[in-house]
Design a protein around this ligand. Sequence first.
Ligand code: SF4
Length: 314
Amino acid sequence: MRAADGDPWVSVSLLGEALFCDRAGRFQYEQSQEDTGEESDIAPPRRGWYRPPFSIAEIEGELARLRPRVGVLFAVAAVALAAACLLMSPQGVGLGSGLLLVGCAFVTVQAVRAMIALVALRELLAEARAAHKGEPDPGRHEPQEVSWWSLLANGFEVQRYEDKLSEPHWRLTGKPWRVLHRGSVRVPVFRKRNEEKKVFRQHFARVAAYAYLIEMTTGAEVPYGIVLLGSSYRGLAIMIDNGSKKPFFDGLGRAREIIRSGQWQNEPESGTKCRACPWGKPMTTNRGITYHSACGDRYGWVPPHQKAFLKRLL
Ligand code: SF4
């Protein structure tokens, strides 16, 4: 797999996409986005009162940040209510007191939402602290379900790498979403977009590619990697063995070929790949009536995406 002179650099996200579909690989290459260790169209972190924490320290940090805000919000609501009552005349609610009542209602809603978030974080902290130690069985080669908190209870620490990892001999680069550290052992973590307990070749390839990068750049031992399921705290452990290395090597080779071969790429043999593919998802233009997609525009067709069927484009 050593890169020849003139071979391009390939990111882990590119080799994953190349393994999925040639056209997806081409799009990924042209966008040349930094690898983030997540699937390209994964939902952004939950908006609202806190970002999903992935360690006990992060939960405690979010709780420390949120607690005073809840108190302040309830205090502001109480002051607004008191002021509204003072301003009210015997004839009823005037403009000033009316505005204060509306403001009080708004702040109370925010305070209740913050309170709900606080309770959820406390429950999460209790769950994380009560988790039993757990680790995948190294003797089993199929993906094994794991709990995030059980892995942490077993002594792993969560690390977030600032810089991407690069290996010049294979011209491979990438950054896992997180890496679990315990002594000389490292476990790369990749996040897929949904919580479906299924992994495909591109997931095996990505985990093995991150393992290779970590081994080559740090000398650490990487026995397996984790595919985290969406925003949940559950994942599937994938062993670093021939079953995961083969897709990794195939994806790296395929990515190099796609880059060399230029813009045109054949469509996949099976349209089922397009059903949930973000490159084929139909979007409405600014004018509001014409549908298009990245793949459809480039290759002059309507990819059989499930939304294309719903919109009766096919
Ligand atoms: S829409 Fe279909 S052909 Fe286009 S990139 Fe996605 S999977 Fe490939």
